[in-house]
Write a protein that binds this ligand. Structure first.
Ligand SMILES: Nc1nc2c(c(=O)[nH]1)N[C@H]1C(S)=C(S)[C@@H](COP(=O)(O)OP(=O)(O)OC[C@H]3O[C@@H](n4cnc5c(=O)[nH]c(N)nc54)[C@H](O)[C@@H]3O)O[C@H]1N2
Ligand SMILES: Nc1nc2c(c(=O)[nH]1)N[C@H]1C(S)=C(S)[C@@H](COP(=O)(O)OP(=O)(O)OC[C@H]3O[C@@H](n4cnc5c(=O)[nH]c(N)nc54)[C@H](O)[C@@H]3O)O[C@H]1N2
Ligand code: SF4
Ligand SMILES: [Mo]
Length: 722
């Protein structure tokens, strides 16, 4: 039997650690870290190693499945599945128009360039309106904040970890999550290096997280970040700690922002944030005085009630202290081929170009809040969502009010899912179409290149041929498009020209790799087809399987290239933000629901989809609610005993873990548990609950500017369960 070792990289989370896969006779037998990867240098986490168990999981869906009237599934051929899906789509379109089609794409899709490209192509080709993603439970607020500040949704600044002297980290736990919104393998080393060189890392979190334990911890009340950051800004303005000289060159709206935050003195915000006024003043002064400072916020700051404002204020802190676009501050990387940015520049996607039918929410890069998806299905009228695709997602467990969505999915005329597994969402689908794993496809993680603290790019070939009849998402999407007369990327209705184009497309098959190669060669690092020696091309990437470091550090002094506002200046006082700030009152805690629920991530889980790996689930892993002993005592809840966590929207019951790790008034429960109905035998047996049954999809509970779901800082009460 031939045994081969193949160089590749992990695509479970954002560091994209280098891996070596051992393949024996076409089957994956082992994964180990790649010691020759220039950035991860022999580092990988338990999830990456355990991917062997996903790849070889007997519970994987390897053949197209059609649901029978009794609810069970039967294996069908690709042709019969695609033909039937095509026919049903054509009938739905004939009766209700293309506006009745929709797509939800989940987190793993962002780790496949061809998958996301073809969804965009399909959406452009069909003119589809009902586009939803994990982004509204994750990072869309960040895009909107960038749109407001820099005039570009895709201008995402990252902390210059290798050169900063002061890192303010709010609502992120990279020791467990391995970093998000920033690609930095070995992030633990990078963070400890800051303190080793005499710098500071300050972690703002309601929980003494794994990261907070290693550095300075500021305990904030859940969803208190807007007040905390506004009060830090108020101190910086009041004490004249801002960098007036740099601001004069870089930004507009400084005075308006100063006036808008002036009333949020630390003495006022203390009662909301729980952070003593003196500590806020010290923090603001230290940040302003640091020779370089970076700010960084992640899901803890995105999923509260004010996600866009909080992301905006974080960047504003960097801007007013002169820390944007400079070494050690917040910096802007560059993609070798800027897919979404190009689409944005071409005017194909943007912000608030249309509004959702339910709730009147602005679109973010073409997508609407997933929190309204259920109501879009159940609310009759023109534009009602009737045929939904899901790919690489499990929204019943990941969006608010999973019960509501679960019930709504049953009302669709057609539900088709592209996934590795039968999960809690697609177990109700008409079809489950088997997707390749990341080891079964070639890949190049373009969007993450611009988020890498060391600009870097790597391409990998497929490590194994697809198991069973699994296919790549883009091929599946292309085949479905063809059956309804749609040409991905070409917005042509089914008229004569469309027919001709479609025939032409069939003769010249477009493939993502060719498209990317051309775009990359013409891109900022490209070889310009030989005109620039040593530049990027697919040939160069193939010759360097461990990847190519593009620069030592992210380039600075690029603000005028990045900012797309008129006059090329950062806007510190957009009307949308001033409006939210003006309405930001003094939050009162509810008497009925006096505690606040937050989420967290676990080292050996990955959202909802790695609970079927035997090695990750080994030991006494259990889904529990972390509760402060004082709160538990007041409620009569004992350690290890079941408790009820109830909000206005719903309740769940799970064992309590009493721990000082969470501050008083805070309850922490990870999401992604509570599997049922799907084909994951180990995950189903692991128990747990869907914490998102406690979360609300009421229109007033969805954040206005970016449509973010409210998943952190949700008012709850806790009770013992008999
Ligand atoms: N309460 C609460 N809820 C949250 C969060 C929170 O912090 N708190 N976090 C939110 C965040 S940040 C996210 S990203 C979402 C995640 O939520 P989703 O993106 O909706 O779902 P996942 O749990 O990531 O499930 C991914 C699915 O993709 C499948 N899959 C894996 N790899 C592939 C692949 O290569 N191709 C295909 N086609 N399928 C694949 C898996 O089998 C699984 O069914 O959850 C959100 N929900
Ligand atoms: N092991 C593992 N790694 C993962 C994932 C996983 O499921 N498991 N998921 C991946 C995904 S999809 C993402 S998006 C990233 C997320 O990456 P991170 O955002 O770094 O992940 P979390 O561990 O959820 O960290 C959020 C932190 O915010 C804190 N927090 C909660 N509410 C608040 C609040 O109101 N204010 C403040 N200041 N803090 C708050 C929580 O206590 C927690 O420590 O992780 C990725 N990496
Ligand atoms: S941290 Fe783990 S899951 Fe994330 S890319 Fe690295 S090996 Fe993969
Ligand atoms: Mo995420």
């Amino acid at each position: 039997m031939p045994i081969e070792e193949k160089v590749t990289f992990c695509r479970i989370c954002e560091p994209l650690c280098g891996l070596i896969a051992t393949v024996e006779d076409g089957r994956l037998v082992k994964i180990r870290p790649d010691g020759e990867h220039p950035l991860s240098r022999g580092n990988a986490c338990p999830k990456g190693i355990a991917f062997t168990e996903v790849q070889n999981d007997p519970d994987r869906v390897l053949y197209p499945q059609r649901r029978k009237p009794d609810g069970t599934f039967e294996r069908v051929s690709w042709d019969s599945a695609l033909d039937d899906i095509g026919a049903r789509l054509r009938a739905i379109i004939a009766e209700h128009g293309r506006e009745s089609l929709g797509w939800y794409f989940g987190n793993p899709s962002s780790f496949s360039y061809s998958h996301t490209m073809w969804i965009l192509g399909f959406a452009l080709g069909t003119g589809m309106r009902h586009l939803y993603s994990a982004g509204s439970q994750d990072i869309n607020n960040r895009f909107v904040a960038s749109h407001l500040l820099y005039g570009s949704l895709t201008a995402l600044p990252i902390p210059d970890l290798d050169r900063t002297d002061f890192l303010l980290m709010v609502g992120a736990n990279p020791i467990v999550s391995h970093g998000s919104g920033v690609t930095a393998p070995r992030i633990r080393e990078k963070l400890t290096a800051i303190t080793k060189r005499g710098g500071r890392v300050v972690v703002v979190d309601p929980r003494r997280s794994e990261t907070a334990k290693l550095f300075e911890h500021v305990s904030v009340r859940p969803d208190g970040d807007a007040w905390l950051l506004a009060s830090m800004l108020s101190v910086i303005f009041a004490e004249q700690l801002f960098d007036a000289k740099t601001l004069a060159v870089q930004a507009d709206g400084v005075d308006k922002l100063r006036r808008a935050v002036a009333r949020f003195t630390p003495e006022l915000t203390e009662s909301i944030t729980g952070v003593p006024a003196g500590e806020v003043r010290d923090l603001a002064r230290s940040l302003a005085a640091a020779s370089s400072a970076a700010v960084y916020g992640r899901t803890g700051t995105c999923l509260g009630r004010q996600g866009t404002l909080v992301a905006f204020l974080l960047d504003a802190l960097a801007v007013v202290t002169g820390n944007i676009d400079r070494p050690g501050g917040l910096v802007f990387g560059e993609e070798p081929f800027a897919g979404l940015a190009t689409a944005q520049n071409l005017g194909l996607v943007g912000y608030d170009r249309r509004r959702s039918r339910i709730g009147n929410f602005p679109d973010v890069l073409g997508s609407f809040p997933a929190a309204v998806m259920a109501k879009e299905i159940t609310t009759a009228g023109k534009g009602q969502l009737r045929a939904l695709f899901t790919s690489a997602g499990n929204p019943v467990l990941s969006v608010p009010n999973g019960r509501e969505l679960d019930a709504a999915l049953g009302k669709l005329d057609l539900l088709v899912s592209i996934d590795l597994y039968m999960n809690d969402t697609n177990s109700k689908a008409d079809y489950i179409l088997p997707a390749t794993t990341f080891l079964e496809r070639e890949d190049i993680p373009l969007p993450f290149s611009a988020l890498s603290t060391t600009p870097f790019i790597q391409h990998t070939e497929a490590v194994v041929a697809p198991y069973g009849e699994a296919r790549q998402e883009w091929q599946i999407i292309d085949d479905i498009a063809r059956r309804i007369g749609v040409i991905p990327f070409v917005a042509t209705p089914t008229n004569r020209i469309g027919g001709l184009l479609s025939r032409a497309r069939r003769m010249v098959p477009t493939n993502p790799l060719t498209m990317i190669d051309v775009a990359m060669r013409l891109g900022p690092f490209g070889d310009r087809f030989g005109a620039r020696r040593g530049g990027l091309s697919m040939a160069k990437l193939r010759a360097n399987p461990h990847g190519v470091v593009l620069r030592e550090h992210v380039e600075t002094g690029v603000l005028r290239r990045v900012v797309r506002h008129k006059r090329k200046r950062v806007q510190l006082a957009p009307a949308e933000i001033l409006d939210v700030l003006a309405k930001l009152g003094l939050r009162k805690d509810s008497k009925e629901f006096p505690l606040r629920l937050i989420g967290l991530r676990e080292l050996k889980s990955h959202n909802s989809w790695m609970h079927n790996s035997p090695s990750l689930m080994r030991g006494d892993r259990e889904h529990t609610a972390r509760i402060n002993p004082a709160d538990a005592a007041a409620a009569g809840i004992e350690d290890g005993k079941p408790c009820r966590v109830a909000s206005e929207a719903g309740s769940v019951e799970l064992p309590a873990t009493l721990t000082e790790e969470v501050g008083e008034g805070t309850v922490a429960v990870p999401h992604g548990w509570g599997h049922s109905g799907g084909g994951w035998r180990i995950a189903n047996a692991a128990g747990g609950v869907n914490v998102n049954e406690v979360m609300s999809t009421a229109i007033v509970d969805v954040e206005r500017l970016a449509g973010m779901s409210h998943l952190n800082g949700v008012p709850v009460r806790i009770e013992p369960v008999a």
